[in-house]
Ligand binder design. Structure first.
Ligand SMILES: Cc1ncc(COP(=O)(O)O)c(C=O)c1O
Length: 390
């Protein structure tokens, strides 16, 4: 049997006719960028999130960049974030001349630790638009926190928002992996000043290419994103700011409108698969070798973009599963604080121990809405074979 980590072809087979019809309609329309489909998608996603505004952009990475540009992050200003995430979360600040400040994560949820955020801020000098801290021998004005809702699970947004209010920081929620997830009954991206989604193909709402969105309740920030995505032009050829070119294509918006209808149903299927994995691991007596993903008690909806276990002898297990036709991935093998391109930030091995230890143990198993129970049985059976023998 072959079980890929993700299989997008099965989903396409289900929606093929609708997607073809939607794409052809756009091609015939003569409007290809920031047209009526983008507007409709923006309205749908804003309302789904529970905020007033949304703007379609070219990718989740650009959505982060534009959010930081919208709050006017300046050179040498700090942004607190997690090192256990995709690169784009931290590179956005770095590209603007800002300083990503990495703090450690919670071992159980893999999300940024509110205690670690507070620790870094607590002796700082609070100012109107941030808090000045002494970090690695430098005075840095921290302007924002970017919590990431990793693998489909919300970060601890009540605590993070409380810290942000006390230290006058902006919050940009990175929900690239977690559209539709809820914390305390409220959707992610409705807590912070801004929130971002990615429509990369493997995300819970993914297109057949790149795309992203910025959502907010703040009219000024929405306006900033709206003009910054078109080179900072308030009016065509009249540039108030130096922005970038980062627009969502009509074709992608049309595809996403088709897929939006399945978003909650697919999240439910992912959750069913997650429960089934948990049951199988328990039944097969694997819990001494494998730690299962844990859900925070205030997370009212987990959307399971990934099912990530912590495994003994992770690399050997990964190779063994590959031989048996089972696809897995390591998200993430190296913390962002240890990436070569961030050497200048001055982090050393051992500084963020929870992240570093998880990087050696995590393994993402096959997970998508179309995973069958037979496939799951096979995956867990092979994991049992690895640890217990046949
Ligand atoms: C947590 C996180 N942030 C940001 C991004 C960037 O999104 P995109 O790939 O659409 O640029 C991703 C996607 O891979 C992600 O997983």
């Amino acid at each position: 049997m072959r079980v890929p980590q993700i299989d997008l072809t099965r989903e396409y087979a289900l929606i093929e006719d609708r997607v073809k019809e939607a794409v052809i309609k756009v091609m015939k329309s003569g409007r290809y960028i920031l047209g009526p489909h983008v507007k409709e998608l923006e309205e749908k996603i804003a309302s789904y999130t529970g905020v007033k505004f949304a703007k379609g952009v070219a990718s989740g990475s650009d959505a982060l960049l534009l959010s930081l540009m919208a709050i006017n992050l300046k050179e040498n200003e700090g942004v607190i974030t997690t090192p256990f995430t995709f690169f784009a979360t931290a590179s956005a600040a770095f590209r603007l001349g800002g300083i990503p400040i990495f703090v450690d994560i919670d071992e159980k949820t893999y999300n940024i630790s509110p205690v670690a955020i507070e620790n870094i801020l607590e002796n700082g000098k609070i100012e109107e638009d941030g808090t000045v801290i002494n970090h690695k021998g430098k005075e840095i004005k921290v302007r924002a926190i970017i919590p990431v809702h990793l693998f489909g699970q919300s970060a601890e947004m009540d605590k993070i928002m409380d810290i942000a209010r006390r230290y006058n920081l902006r919050v940009i929620e990175d929900a690239a992996q977690s559209i539709g997830a809820e914390y305390n009954g409220k959707k992610v991206c409705s807590f912070g000043d801004l929130g971002i989604y990615s429509f990369f193909p493997t995300k819970n709402l993914g297109t057949y290419g790149d795309g992203g969105m910025v959502v907010t309740d703040n009219e000024h920030l929405d306006h900033m994103v709206k003009i910054l995505r078109v080179h900072g032009a308030e009016k065509r050829y009249h540039h108030t700011y130096v922005g970038i070119n980062s627009r969502l294509d009509e074709i992608h918006a049309a595809i996403l409108l088709v897929k939006f209808n399945f978003l909650d149903e697919f999240a439910r299927k992912r959750a069913e698969n997650a429960s089934r994995y948990m049951k199988l691991f328990e039944e097969k007596g694997l819990l001494e070798f494998v730690k299962l993903p844990e859900t925070h008690e205030k997370v009212t909806k987990h959307v399971w973009n990934q099912f990530v276990i912590r495994a003994e002898k992770r690399d050997e297990l990964k190779d063994f599963l590959k031989e048996k036709g089972i696809g897995t991935n390591v998200y993430y093998p190296v913390g962002l604080h240890m990436q070569k391109c961030f050497e200048s930030l001055g982090y050393r091995e051992g500084e963020l121990p929870v992240t570093e230890s998880l990087c050696k143990k995590v393994l993402a198993l096959p997970m998508h809405p179309f995973l069958t129970s037979l496939e799951q049985d096979y995956v867990v059976e092979k994991i049992k074979e690895f640890y217990h023998g046949i």
